[in-house]
Design a protein around this ligand. Structure first.
Ligand SMILES: [Ca+2]
Length: 197
């Protein structure tokens, strides 16, 4: 009987130790959040900062967006880049999410480039959610709602570029996080000093 109690006590103590160690090792996830319209200087040809107060989702963060104008069918969108110099707080594996608004299948994406991945660029969006603000992630799998692509980033300033690709596209907010399970919803308070100006 005594040995059974001892075994149970040791088992309980081990479980408690493991729990404490787990809590100590658990690093809180980070989110760096900024507004699409938080652009120090617009290049001037394509992108503009637009007021947008109403949306079927309920809110637009800051009541402003970064916008590519709606063009007539057949008109080609000129390529222009907006570079956000994002302050990455620690080395790690990060995931990129954007709160976007599309109107058609010919107006549902941006180009994205990440400093450190200089050999290529991606397309964010391409989904079929129209006329409402919604979150999409940078993904290699075609699942831009729940499977973001990991990005290995170093602590310091990392340039994240959004490029104009299609007509009538809006960017409300952007989130960079090291939480692989993060699923954004609604709007978020922007991180203070998220961007280097
Ligand atoms: Ca906004």
């Amino acid at each position: 009987m005594r040995s059974r109690v001892m075994v149970m006590t040791i088992g309980l103590a081990t479980a408690l130790l493991a729990l404490c160690a787990g809590l100590l090792w658990a690093v809180p996830y980070k989110k760096i959040i900024w507004e699409g319209e938080d652009v120090a200087k617009l290049p001037g040809k394509v992108f503009s900062v637009k007021k947008k107060v109403e949306d079927p989702s309920g809110k637009v963060s800051g009541n402003k967006v970064l916008a590519v104008p709606k063009l007539d069918p057949g008109e080609k969108v000129i390529r222009e880049d907006i570079v956000y110099k994002v302050k990455v707080p620690a080395d790690g594996r990060y995931y990129l999410w954007a709160r976007t608004f599309w109107t058609t299948g010919c107006g549902n994406s941006f180009f994205v480039k990440i400093q450190g991945y200089d050999s290529g660029e991606w397309i964010i969006g391409g989904d079929g959610t129209y006329n409402i603000m919604h979150w999409v992630c940078l993904s290699d799998t075609g699942d831009n709602k729940s499977r973001p692509r990991p990005l290995i980033l170093k602590k310091g300033t990392v340039a994240i570029t959004f490029g104009s690709r299609e007509s009538g596209t809006l960017l409300d907010q952007v989130v960079l996080t090291n939480d692989p399970g993060f699923q954004p919803a609604g709007i978020y308070k922007a991180t203070a000093n998220a961007l280097e100006k």
